[in-house]
Design a protein. Structure first.
Length: 452
C-alpha cells in the first residue's frame, strides 16, 4: 500500500514534468518559427567572414599576386615573337598564331574554370590551371618546330585561364560596398604581369635563350602559385563552395534576358578587344620594324601595362560610383581616342607617350564586363557568365593580334592595322551606348528606388 501511495504521490510530479517539457518544446518551436519569420534576406556566410572586411582584403591581395604570376604566358609570347620568327624562318602572321591560340585557350579555359568554380570553388580550378601552366611552359621550351610551339601556347592559355575571369567572379563575392574596386584590382594582376614580365622575359631571352626562359617560367610559376593557392585555401576555409540561394537580385534592369545580355556583352567585348590587341600584341615588333629595337618595344609594353594598372583600379572606383555600363562607355571612347594617335605619330618619344596614354585609357574596359555581369545577372551564374564574356574578349584579342599580323604581311606597315582597330572600336561604342540608354529608361520606369 505504501508503494501504491508513493506511486500516486509522484505521479502528478511526473505529469507536471511532462507538461513542463511540452511547454519547453512548444517555446522552442515558437522560437524557431520566429527566427524563420525574421530570417535575414542576405546570403548565409560562414562564421567569422564579413564582406569588405580585413579578411576580404587579405584574400584580395593573395588573388592579385596569383594573377600577376599566372598571367606570364600572355606577355612572354609577345616578347619572343621576333626571336621565334627568326629561328623558324616564318612569317609574322604564322608566329602570331601562338598568341591567337594562347588567347583561345585562355578564353575557353575561363568558361570551363568558371563552371568548376561555381560548382566546386576557386581552389580546384586554380589547381588544374597551375598544372597546365607549369607543364606547358616546359613543353614550349622543348619544342623543335613552329607548329609545336604554337600548339603548346594553347595549353599555356588554358593554364592562365583561372587567374582572370573565375578569380574576378570569386572576388566579387568577398565585397559588397567595394565590389567594383575589388574586381578591377584582381583584374589588374593581368596588367601587373604585363608590366613585370616583359623585361624579365627579354632579359632571359638575351641571356639564356627563349627555350630555357620558358622552362624556367614553368618551374618558377608552378611552385610559387601552388604555395600561394594553399595560403588562399586556408584563408577561405569552409567558404570554398558558395551558396547563392539567398543572394540579392540583380541591381540593374536592362529589360533583357540573361542569354541576350550575354550575347550583346560578348559582341561588345570582341569588338573592343580586336582594337585593343593591335598595340598590346605588336608594339614590340612595331618598334623593331621602326629601327628602335625590341627592347624599346618591351619597355613601351611595360609602360602601357603599368598605366593600365592605374586605369583598372581607377575604373573600379568609378564603377562603384556610377555603375559598370557608364564606366565601360567612358573607357571605350578613350581607347578609340588613343588609337587614332598611333595613326599619325611614330617617333620614339611619341610612341612612349601614346603607349602610356593607351594604357591609362583602356585598362578598365575588360573588368567592366565582369562588373556589369554582377550588376545585371544572377549571382549563382557569375563565374560562368563572366567566363563566357571574357572568352569573347580574348577571342577578340586573339583575332585582333592575328589579323593585325596578316594586315602587316599584306601592306608592309601597321597603319591599316591601327585603322582596323578604330573601326572595331566604333562597334563596341554603339552597343554599350545602347545598353546605357536601356538602363536609364528602365530605371525611370522602375522609379527612384531602383538602383542603377
Amino acid at each position: 500500500m505504501a508503494k501504491r501511495g508513493s506511486a500516486k504521490l509522484f505521479l502528478p510530479q511526473r505529469t507536471a514534468h511532462a507538461q513542463y517539457r511540452s511547454m519547453m518544446l512548444d517555446r522552442k518551436a515558437v522560437s524557431e518559427e520566429g527566427r524563420a519569420v525574421h530570417a535575414p534576406n542576405h546570403p548565409q556566410r560562414p562564421a567569422g567572414f564579413t564582406p569588405d572586411s580585413r579578411q576580404a582584403w587579405v584574400r584580395l591581395v593573395l588573388a592579385l599576386v596569383i594573377g600577376s604570376i599566372g598571367a606570364v604566358g600572355m606577355w612572354a609570347v609577345v616578347v619572343v615573337i621576333p626571336v621565334v620568327q627568326a629561328e623558324f624562318v616564318a612569317t609574322r602572321g604564322a608566329v602570331s598564331l601562338a598568341f591567337t591560340l594562347m588567347m583561345f585557350g585562355f578564353g575557353l579555359g575561363g568558361v570551363i574554370a568558371g563552371k568548376i568554380t561555381d560548382r566546386f570553388g576557386i581552389v580546384p580550378a586554380m589547381a588544374i590551371s597551375i598544372a597546365f601552366l607549369g607543364v606547358a611552359n616546359v613543353l614550349a621550351g622543348l619544342s623543335t618546330q613552329l607548329w609545336q610551339f604554337v600548339a603548346v601556347y594553347f595549353l599555356i592559355g588554358l593554364g592562365t585561364s583561372a587567374t582572370f575571369a573565375p578569380l574576378m567572379a570569386e572576388a566579387s563575392h568577398w565585397f559588397e560596398r567595394y565590389r567594383g574596386l575589388a574586381v578591377t584590382i584582381v583584374a589588374s594582376g593581368n596588367y601587373v604581369a604585363g608590366a613585370m614580365w616583359p623585361p624579365i622575359v627579354n632579359w632571359g631571352v638575351q641571356t639564356l635563350g627563349w627555350r630555357m626562359t620558358h622552362i624556367g617560367i614553368g618551374i618558377v610559376c608552378a611552385s610559387t602559385m601552388t604555395m600561394l593557392v594553399m595560403v588562399l585555401r586556408a584563408r577561405i576555409g569552409d567558404d570554398k563552395v558558395r551558396n547563392h540561394a539567398n543572394a540579392p537580385p540583380p541591381r540593374v534592369d536592362l529589360g533583357l534576358s540573361t542569354n541576350t545580355l550575354t550575347v550583346l556583352l560578348s559582341i561588345a567585348s570582341i569588338s573592343c578587344c580586336v582594337a585593343m590587341a593591335m598595340p598590346q600584341v605588336h608594339i614590340v615588333a612595331y618598334c623593331g620594324d621602326l629601327g628602335y629595337g625590341v627592347a624599346r618595344g618591351a619597355e613601351m609594353l611595360s609602360l602601357m601595362m603599368g598605366c593600365g594598372i592605374v586605369s583598372r583600379i581607377g575604373s573600379g572606383y568609378l564603377a562603384d560610383k556610377i555603375g559598370g555600363i557608364p564606366t565601360l562607355l567612358i573607357g571605350s571612347l578613350a581607347q578609340a581616342f588613343a588609337l587614332v594617335f598611333y595613326l599619325f605619330f611614330d617617333s620614339l618619344s611619341s610612341l612612349y607617350l601614346i603607349s602610356a596614354m593607351f594604357g591609362l585609357f583602356q585598362g578598365g574596359i575588360v573588368p567592366s564586363y565582369a562588373i556589369i555581369v554582377r550588376e545585371a545577372m544572377p549571382a549563382s551564374e557569375a563565374a560562368t557568365r563572366v567566363g563566357i564574356v571574357i572568352f569573347a574578349s580574348v577571342f577578340g584579342m586573339s583575332f585582333g593580334g592575328w589579323v593585325s599580323g596578316l594586315i602587316f604581311d599584306a601592306t608592309g606597315s601597321y597603319a591599316a592595322a591601327f585603322a582596323n582597330g578604330v573601326a572595331w572600336n566604333a562597334v563596341n561604342i554603339a552597343i554599350v551606348a545602347m545598353l546605357l540608354i536601356r538602363s536609364r529608361m528602365n530605371s525611370v520606369k522602375a522609379g527612384p528606388g531602383f538602383a542603377t
